[in-house]
Write a protein that binds this ligand. Structure first.
Ligand code: FAD
Length: 392
Protein backbone atom coordinates (compact mmCIF):
# COMPACT_ATOMS: atom_id res chain seq x y z
CA UNK A 1 0.00 0.00 0.00
CA UNK A 2 1.18 3.55 -0.72
CA UNK A 3 0.15 6.93 0.69
CA UNK A 4 1.63 10.40 0.96
CA UNK A 5 1.76 10.62 4.77
CA UNK A 6 1.93 7.55 7.01
CA UNK A 7 0.73 8.35 10.54
CA UNK A 8 1.38 6.11 13.54
CA UNK A 9 -1.17 6.55 16.35
CA UNK A 10 -4.84 7.55 16.43
CA UNK A 11 -4.75 9.90 19.40
CA UNK A 12 -5.73 13.56 19.04
CA UNK A 13 -2.46 14.30 17.17
CA UNK A 14 -2.70 11.52 14.56
CA UNK A 15 -6.42 11.81 13.87
CA UNK A 16 -6.44 15.60 13.64
CA UNK A 17 -3.41 15.59 11.36
CA UNK A 18 -5.05 13.05 9.05
CA UNK A 19 -8.23 15.14 8.95
CA UNK A 20 -6.43 18.46 8.31
CA UNK A 21 -4.32 16.89 5.55
CA UNK A 22 -7.47 15.52 3.95
CA UNK A 23 -8.92 19.06 3.91
CA UNK A 24 -5.79 20.12 1.95
CA UNK A 25 -6.14 17.22 -0.47
CA UNK A 26 -3.19 15.27 1.00
CA UNK A 27 -3.62 11.50 1.40
CA UNK A 28 -2.72 9.73 4.66
CA UNK A 29 -3.12 6.39 6.44
CA UNK A 30 -3.42 6.15 10.24
CA UNK A 31 -2.13 2.99 11.95
CA UNK A 32 -3.35 2.43 15.53
CA UNK A 33 -2.49 -0.44 17.85
CA UNK A 34 -5.71 -0.29 19.89
CA UNK A 35 -9.32 -0.82 18.79
CA UNK A 36 -11.71 1.99 17.87
CA UNK A 37 -13.74 1.19 20.97
CA UNK A 38 -10.67 1.51 23.21
CA UNK A 39 -9.51 4.86 21.86
CA UNK A 40 -13.05 6.22 22.06
CA UNK A 41 -13.44 5.30 25.72
CA UNK A 42 -10.05 6.09 27.31
CA UNK A 43 -10.52 8.91 29.83
CA UNK A 44 -7.78 11.55 29.69
CA UNK A 45 -7.71 15.30 29.09
CA UNK A 46 -10.65 17.64 29.20
CA UNK A 47 -9.52 21.27 28.93
CA UNK A 48 -9.36 22.79 25.45
CA UNK A 49 -7.59 26.09 24.87
CA UNK A 50 -9.26 28.70 22.68
CA UNK A 51 -6.79 27.94 19.84
CA UNK A 52 -7.71 24.24 19.99
CA UNK A 53 -11.43 25.07 19.96
CA UNK A 54 -10.95 27.45 17.02
CA UNK A 55 -8.97 24.89 14.99
CA UNK A 56 -11.54 22.11 15.57
CA UNK A 57 -14.32 24.51 14.57
CA UNK A 58 -12.50 25.73 11.43
CA UNK A 59 -11.86 22.10 10.48
CA UNK A 60 -15.58 21.28 10.69
CA UNK A 61 -15.30 18.93 13.69
CA UNK A 62 -16.36 21.35 16.43
CA UNK A 63 -20.16 21.13 16.32
CA UNK A 64 -20.62 18.65 19.20
CA UNK A 65 -17.89 20.39 21.23
CA UNK A 66 -19.79 23.64 20.83
CA UNK A 67 -23.14 22.06 21.72
CA UNK A 68 -22.02 19.81 24.59
CA UNK A 69 -18.78 21.37 25.89
CA UNK A 70 -18.86 23.91 28.70
CA UNK A 71 -17.31 27.31 28.08
CA UNK A 72 -15.36 28.52 31.14
CA UNK A 73 -14.30 32.12 31.61
CA UNK A 74 -12.22 31.59 34.73
CA UNK A 75 -11.03 29.12 37.36
CA UNK A 76 -10.36 29.25 41.08
CA UNK A 77 -7.19 28.87 43.10
CA UNK A 78 -7.89 27.74 46.67
CA UNK A 79 -5.23 27.98 49.37
CA UNK A 80 -4.89 28.97 53.03
CA UNK A 81 -8.65 28.59 53.53
CA UNK A 82 -9.64 31.06 50.80
CA UNK A 83 -10.73 30.84 47.14
CA UNK A 84 -9.53 33.32 44.52
CA UNK A 85 -10.82 33.61 40.97
CA UNK A 86 -8.54 33.95 37.92
CA UNK A 87 -10.70 35.81 35.42
CA UNK A 88 -9.41 34.31 32.17
CA UNK A 89 -11.68 36.25 29.86
CA UNK A 90 -11.36 39.54 31.74
CA UNK A 91 -7.57 39.28 31.72
CA UNK A 92 -6.99 37.88 28.22
CA UNK A 93 -10.22 38.10 26.21
CA UNK A 94 -10.02 34.31 25.80
CA UNK A 95 -11.74 31.34 27.42
CA UNK A 96 -11.40 27.56 27.61
CA UNK A 97 -13.86 24.73 26.92
CA UNK A 98 -14.26 21.65 29.07
CA UNK A 99 -14.92 18.79 26.64
CA UNK A 100 -13.47 15.32 27.18
CA UNK A 101 -10.58 14.14 25.00
CA UNK A 102 -12.37 10.88 24.11
CA UNK A 103 -15.27 12.96 22.75
CA UNK A 104 -12.78 14.86 20.54
CA UNK A 105 -11.49 11.44 19.42
CA UNK A 106 -15.03 10.27 18.59
CA UNK A 107 -15.65 13.43 16.52
CA UNK A 108 -12.38 13.00 14.61
CA UNK A 109 -12.89 9.27 13.94
CA UNK A 110 -16.43 9.98 12.73
CA UNK A 111 -15.11 12.64 10.35
CA UNK A 112 -12.38 10.35 8.97
CA UNK A 113 -14.87 7.51 8.50
CA UNK A 114 -17.37 9.84 6.78
CA UNK A 115 -14.59 10.96 4.38
CA UNK A 116 -13.51 7.34 3.67
CA UNK A 117 -10.26 8.02 5.52
CA UNK A 118 -7.88 5.09 5.88
CA UNK A 119 -7.73 4.07 9.55
CA UNK A 120 -6.27 0.69 10.57
CA UNK A 121 -7.08 -0.31 14.14
CA UNK A 122 -5.45 -3.18 16.04
CA UNK A 123 -2.11 -3.14 14.21
CA UNK A 124 0.97 -4.64 15.89
CA UNK A 125 4.75 -4.91 15.41
CA UNK A 126 4.92 -1.41 13.90
CA UNK A 127 8.41 -0.46 12.70
CA UNK A 128 9.77 2.47 10.68
CA UNK A 129 12.25 2.13 7.80
CA UNK A 130 14.18 4.35 5.39
CA UNK A 131 13.69 7.72 7.08
CA UNK A 132 17.03 8.85 5.61
CA UNK A 133 15.62 8.31 2.12
CA UNK A 134 12.77 9.96 0.15
CA UNK A 135 10.80 6.71 0.30
CA UNK A 136 10.32 5.75 3.96
CA UNK A 137 7.93 3.00 4.99
CA UNK A 138 6.10 1.56 7.98
CA UNK A 139 5.88 -2.19 8.47
CA UNK A 140 3.14 -3.65 10.65
CA UNK A 141 0.91 -6.65 11.17
CA UNK A 142 -2.86 -6.53 10.91
CA UNK A 143 -5.22 -9.46 11.46
CA UNK A 144 -2.31 -11.89 11.20
CA UNK A 145 -0.91 -10.53 7.91
CA UNK A 146 2.34 -8.54 7.45
CA UNK A 147 2.09 -5.23 5.56
CA UNK A 148 4.38 -2.45 4.38
CA UNK A 149 3.01 1.08 3.98
CA UNK A 150 5.16 3.15 1.64
CA UNK A 151 4.95 6.91 2.00
CA UNK A 152 6.69 10.25 1.50
CA UNK A 153 6.70 11.05 5.22
CA UNK A 154 6.24 9.15 8.48
CA UNK A 155 4.62 11.07 11.32
CA UNK A 156 5.04 9.59 14.80
CA UNK A 157 1.88 10.44 16.77
CA UNK A 158 2.17 7.30 18.91
CA UNK A 159 2.32 8.86 22.37
CA UNK A 160 4.92 8.48 25.08
CA UNK A 161 5.17 4.66 24.78
CA UNK A 162 5.31 4.45 20.98
CA UNK A 163 8.07 3.33 18.62
CA UNK A 164 8.65 6.52 16.65
CA UNK A 165 10.88 8.54 18.94
CA UNK A 166 13.37 5.68 19.25
CA UNK A 167 13.71 5.70 15.43
CA UNK A 168 15.60 9.00 15.73
CA UNK A 169 19.14 7.94 16.67
CA UNK A 170 19.87 8.81 20.31
CA UNK A 171 23.09 10.53 19.21
CA UNK A 172 21.01 13.12 17.30
CA UNK A 173 18.49 13.64 20.09
CA UNK A 174 18.70 15.27 23.48
CA UNK A 175 16.08 14.19 26.00
CA UNK A 176 15.11 16.52 28.85
CA UNK A 177 13.19 14.97 31.73
CA UNK A 178 11.87 15.61 35.21
CA UNK A 179 9.96 12.97 37.17
CA UNK A 180 7.80 14.25 40.04
CA UNK A 181 7.64 12.29 43.32
CA UNK A 182 3.83 12.29 43.32
CA UNK A 183 0.93 11.27 41.11
CA UNK A 184 -2.76 12.08 40.64
CA UNK A 185 -5.60 9.85 41.79
CA UNK A 186 -8.44 10.56 39.35
CA UNK A 187 -12.12 9.68 39.67
CA UNK A 188 -15.18 10.04 37.49
CA UNK A 189 -18.46 10.23 39.38
CA UNK A 190 -22.13 10.78 38.70
CA UNK A 191 -23.71 13.93 40.05
CA UNK A 192 -23.95 17.68 39.53
CA UNK A 193 -20.87 19.94 39.40
CA UNK A 194 -19.54 21.06 42.78
CA UNK A 195 -18.64 24.45 41.37
CA UNK A 196 -19.33 26.53 38.25
CA UNK A 197 -15.59 26.63 37.49
CA UNK A 198 -12.57 24.38 38.04
CA UNK A 199 -10.98 24.59 41.51
CA UNK A 200 -7.24 24.02 41.94
CA UNK A 201 -6.67 23.54 45.69
CA UNK A 202 -3.39 23.60 47.61
CA UNK A 203 -3.76 21.98 51.03
CA UNK A 204 -1.32 20.66 53.61
CA UNK A 205 -2.63 17.13 52.86
CA UNK A 206 -1.81 17.67 49.17
CA UNK A 207 -3.22 19.10 45.95
CA UNK A 208 -6.77 18.52 44.68
CA UNK A 209 -8.54 19.50 41.45
CA UNK A 210 -12.30 19.72 41.12
CA UNK A 211 -13.11 19.50 37.43
CA UNK A 212 -16.14 18.49 35.40
CA UNK A 213 -17.04 16.57 32.26
CA UNK A 214 -20.75 17.28 31.80
CA UNK A 215 -23.75 18.45 33.87
CA UNK A 216 -24.07 14.86 35.18
CA UNK A 217 -20.48 13.55 35.23
CA UNK A 218 -17.69 15.07 37.33
CA UNK A 219 -13.91 14.61 37.20
CA UNK A 220 -11.87 15.05 40.39
CA UNK A 221 -8.24 14.44 41.24
CA UNK A 222 -6.08 14.44 44.34
CA UNK A 223 -2.34 14.19 44.78
CA UNK A 224 -1.19 10.71 45.80
CA UNK A 225 1.81 8.42 45.93
CA UNK A 226 2.38 7.35 42.29
CA UNK A 227 3.07 3.81 43.52
CA UNK A 228 -0.22 3.61 45.41
CA UNK A 229 -2.95 1.29 44.13
CA UNK A 230 -6.61 2.12 43.44
CA UNK A 231 -7.55 -0.99 45.47
CA UNK A 232 -6.34 0.83 48.59
CA UNK A 233 -8.97 3.52 48.11
CA UNK A 234 -12.60 2.77 48.98
CA UNK A 235 -15.18 5.30 47.81
CA UNK A 236 -15.60 6.54 51.39
CA UNK A 237 -11.88 7.08 51.79
CA UNK A 238 -11.73 9.01 48.50
CA UNK A 239 -14.58 11.32 49.48
CA UNK A 240 -13.08 11.91 52.93
CA UNK A 241 -9.77 12.91 51.32
CA UNK A 242 -11.38 15.24 48.77
CA UNK A 243 -13.58 16.88 51.41
CA UNK A 244 -10.59 17.39 53.71
CA UNK A 245 -8.58 19.09 50.96
CA UNK A 246 -11.26 21.22 49.31
CA UNK A 247 -14.13 21.94 51.71
CA UNK A 248 -11.90 23.93 54.05
CA UNK A 249 -11.80 26.88 51.63
CA UNK A 250 -14.39 29.61 52.22
CA UNK A 251 -17.10 27.10 53.06
CA UNK A 252 -16.89 25.35 49.66
CA UNK A 253 -18.60 21.94 49.75
CA UNK A 254 -17.99 19.36 47.09
CA UNK A 255 -20.88 17.14 46.06
CA UNK A 256 -20.41 13.37 46.47
CA UNK A 257 -21.65 11.03 43.77
CA UNK A 258 -21.40 7.44 42.61
CA UNK A 259 -17.77 6.82 41.58
CA UNK A 260 -17.56 4.74 38.39
CA UNK A 261 -13.90 5.13 37.39
CA UNK A 262 -10.64 5.36 39.38
CA UNK A 263 -7.07 5.65 38.12
CA UNK A 264 -3.61 6.79 39.19
CA UNK A 265 -1.25 8.64 36.84
CA UNK A 266 2.40 9.47 37.39
CA UNK A 267 3.66 13.00 36.74
CA UNK A 268 6.49 13.68 34.33
CA UNK A 269 7.92 16.49 32.23
CA UNK A 270 9.76 15.40 29.09
CA UNK A 271 11.00 17.01 25.87
CA UNK A 272 12.76 15.40 22.94
CA UNK A 273 14.96 17.81 21.04
CA UNK A 274 14.89 17.21 18.10
CA UNK A 275 11.37 16.27 16.96
CA UNK A 276 12.44 15.30 13.44
CA UNK A 277 15.00 13.34 11.48
CA UNK A 278 15.02 12.84 7.73
CA UNK A 279 11.45 12.00 6.66
CA UNK A 280 10.27 11.25 10.25
CA UNK A 281 8.47 13.90 12.32
CA UNK A 282 7.14 13.53 15.87
CA UNK A 283 3.98 15.22 17.16
CA UNK A 284 2.24 15.29 20.55
CA UNK A 285 3.16 13.03 23.46
CA UNK A 286 5.60 11.13 21.23
CA UNK A 287 7.88 14.17 21.58
CA UNK A 288 6.91 15.79 24.87
CA UNK A 289 5.02 15.20 28.11
CA UNK A 290 3.74 17.68 30.66
CA UNK A 291 2.23 17.01 34.09
CA UNK A 292 -1.55 17.52 33.74
CA UNK A 293 -1.66 20.47 36.20
CA UNK A 294 -1.48 23.05 33.41
CA UNK A 295 -3.96 21.17 31.13
CA UNK A 296 -1.58 21.44 28.21
CA UNK A 297 -0.93 17.92 26.83
CA UNK A 298 -3.71 17.61 24.27
CA UNK A 299 -3.44 21.29 23.39
CA UNK A 300 0.25 20.90 22.60
CA UNK A 301 -0.50 17.89 20.40
CA UNK A 302 -2.99 20.03 18.47
CA UNK A 303 -0.50 22.92 18.21
CA UNK A 304 2.20 20.58 16.78
CA UNK A 305 -0.26 19.30 14.20
CA UNK A 306 -1.19 22.83 13.15
CA UNK A 307 2.50 23.62 12.42
CA UNK A 308 3.06 20.27 10.69
CA UNK A 309 -0.01 20.64 8.46
CA UNK A 310 1.25 23.99 7.14
CA UNK A 311 4.72 22.53 6.57
CA UNK A 312 3.42 19.47 4.67
CA UNK A 313 1.04 21.65 2.69
CA UNK A 314 3.92 23.96 1.68
CA UNK A 315 5.86 20.88 0.54
CA UNK A 316 3.05 19.43 -1.59
CA UNK A 317 1.60 22.67 -2.97
CA UNK A 318 4.68 24.89 -3.37
CA UNK A 319 7.48 22.32 -3.31
CA UNK A 320 8.97 24.17 -0.32
CA UNK A 321 10.90 22.38 2.43
CA UNK A 322 11.75 25.36 4.66
CA UNK A 323 8.73 24.89 6.95
CA UNK A 324 9.48 21.18 7.32
CA UNK A 325 13.13 21.96 8.05
CA UNK A 326 12.17 24.40 10.82
CA UNK A 327 9.29 22.30 12.25
CA UNK A 328 11.09 21.21 15.40
CA UNK A 329 12.46 24.69 16.15
CA UNK A 330 9.06 26.30 15.61
CA UNK A 331 7.11 23.77 17.67
CA UNK A 332 9.61 23.69 20.53
CA UNK A 333 9.10 27.39 21.31
CA UNK A 334 5.49 26.78 22.33
CA UNK A 335 6.38 23.45 23.93
CA UNK A 336 8.99 24.95 26.26
CA UNK A 337 6.58 27.73 27.29
CA UNK A 338 3.98 25.06 28.17
CA UNK A 339 6.64 22.93 29.90
CA UNK A 340 7.55 25.86 32.11
CA UNK A 341 3.92 26.72 32.89
CA UNK A 342 3.03 23.11 33.74
CA UNK A 343 6.12 22.78 35.95
CA UNK A 344 5.34 26.11 37.65
CA UNK A 345 1.70 25.22 38.39
CA UNK A 346 2.76 21.77 39.60
CA UNK A 347 5.52 23.08 41.87
CA UNK A 348 3.31 25.81 43.33
CA UNK A 349 0.24 23.69 44.04
CA UNK A 350 1.55 20.33 45.30
CA UNK A 351 2.71 19.18 48.68
CA UNK A 352 6.42 18.51 48.22
CA UNK A 353 7.61 15.80 50.61
CA UNK A 354 10.52 17.08 52.68
CA UNK A 355 9.94 20.75 51.77
CA UNK A 356 11.07 23.03 54.59
CA UNK A 357 8.60 25.48 56.24
CA UNK A 358 10.49 28.22 54.34
CA UNK A 359 9.83 26.52 50.98
CA UNK A 360 6.17 26.00 51.88
CA UNK A 361 5.81 29.71 52.63
CA UNK A 362 7.33 30.50 49.23
CA UNK A 363 4.53 28.50 47.57
CA UNK A 364 1.95 30.53 49.49
CA UNK A 365 3.72 33.82 48.69
CA UNK A 366 3.64 32.98 44.99
CA UNK A 367 -0.06 32.08 45.11
CA UNK A 368 -0.78 35.35 47.02
CA UNK A 369 1.01 37.22 44.25
CA UNK A 370 -0.84 35.66 41.31
CA UNK A 371 -4.18 36.24 43.03
CA UNK A 372 -3.57 39.87 44.07
CA UNK A 373 -1.43 41.35 41.27
CA UNK A 374 -3.23 41.93 37.95
CA UNK A 375 0.10 41.60 36.13
CA UNK A 376 0.87 38.22 37.76
CA UNK A 377 -2.70 36.97 37.25
CA UNK A 378 -2.43 37.94 33.58
CA UNK A 379 0.73 35.85 33.23
CA UNK A 380 -1.12 32.87 34.64
CA UNK A 381 -4.23 33.49 32.52
CA UNK A 382 -2.28 33.96 29.26
CA UNK A 383 -0.51 30.67 29.83
CA UNK A 384 -3.69 28.84 30.83
CA UNK A 385 -5.69 29.90 27.75
CA UNK A 386 -2.65 29.22 25.56
CA UNK A 387 -1.81 32.63 24.14
CA UNK A 388 1.62 32.78 25.80
CA UNK A 389 4.04 31.27 23.28
CA UNK A 390 1.28 31.34 20.66
CA UNK A 391 3.69 32.72 18.05
CA UNK A 392 4.67 29.09 17.29
C1 FAD B 1 -5.02 11.75 33.53
C2 FAD B 1 -4.64 12.68 32.43
C3 FAD B 1 -5.23 13.94 32.37
C4 FAD B 1 -4.87 14.81 31.35
N1 FAD B 1 -5.45 16.06 31.33
C5 FAD B 1 -5.18 16.89 30.30
C6 FAD B 1 -5.88 18.14 30.16
O1 FAD B 1 -6.72 18.52 30.98
N2 FAD B 1 -5.61 18.92 29.07
C7 FAD B 1 -4.70 18.52 28.13
O2 FAD B 1 -4.49 19.27 27.17
N3 FAD B 1 -4.02 17.34 28.23
C8 FAD B 1 -4.24 16.50 29.28
N4 FAD B 1 -3.61 15.26 29.35
C9 FAD B 1 -2.65 14.88 28.32
C10 FAD B 1 -3.30 14.38 27.04
O3 FAD B 1 -4.22 13.36 27.31
C11 FAD B 1 -2.19 13.89 26.07
O4 FAD B 1 -1.22 14.89 25.99
C12 FAD B 1 -2.76 13.57 24.69
O5 FAD B 1 -3.45 12.35 24.70
C13 FAD B 1 -1.64 13.50 23.64
O6 FAD B 1 -2.18 13.12 22.40
P1 FAD B 1 -1.32 12.28 21.35
O7 FAD B 1 -2.19 12.11 20.17
O8 FAD B 1 -0.01 12.92 21.18
O9 FAD B 1 -1.01 10.90 22.07
P2 FAD B 1 -1.98 9.75 22.61
O10 FAD B 1 -3.30 10.31 22.97
O11 FAD B 1 -1.22 9.03 23.65
O12 FAD B 1 -2.20 8.83 21.34
C14 FAD B 1 -1.20 7.96 20.86
C15 FAD B 1 -1.85 6.78 20.18
O13 FAD B 1 -0.85 5.98 19.55
C16 FAD B 1 -1.14 4.62 19.76
N5 FAD B 1 0.11 3.84 19.64
C17 FAD B 1 1.11 3.77 20.54
N6 FAD B 1 2.10 2.99 20.06
C18 FAD B 1 1.72 2.57 18.84
C19 FAD B 1 2.33 1.74 17.86
N7 FAD B 1 3.54 1.20 18.04
N8 FAD B 1 1.66 1.50 16.71
C20 FAD B 1 0.43 2.07 16.49
N9 FAD B 1 -0.18 2.86 17.40
C21 FAD B 1 0.45 3.11 18.56
C22 FAD B 1 -1.78 4.58 21.13
O14 FAD B 1 -2.58 3.44 21.32
C23 FAD B 1 -2.58 5.87 21.15
O15 FAD B 1 -3.93 5.69 20.74
C24 FAD B 1 -3.93 14.39 30.37
C25 FAD B 1 -3.36 13.11 30.41
C26 FAD B 1 -3.71 12.26 31.42
C27 FAD B 1 -3.08 10.89 31.46
Amino acid sequence: MRTQVGIIGAGPAGLLLSHLLHLRGIDSVVLESRSRDQIESTIRAGVLEQGTMDLLTEAGVGARMKAEGALHHGFELAFEGKRHRIDLTGLTGHSITVYAQHEVIKDLVAARVADDGKLRFGVSETSIHGIDTDTPSIRYRHEGEAYELQCDFVIGCDGSQGVSRASIPQALRKDFERVYPFGWFGILCEGPPSSDELIYARHERGFALISTRSPNVQRMYFQCDPKDSVENWSDDRIWAELHARVDSHDGQTIVDGKIFQKNIVGMRSFVSNTMQHGRLFLAGDAAHIVPPTGAKGMNLAVADVRVLTEALNAFYVENRTDLLDSYSTTALKRIWRAEHFSYWMTSMMHRIEGASPFEQQLQVAELEYVTTSRAAATVMAENYVGIAGAHA
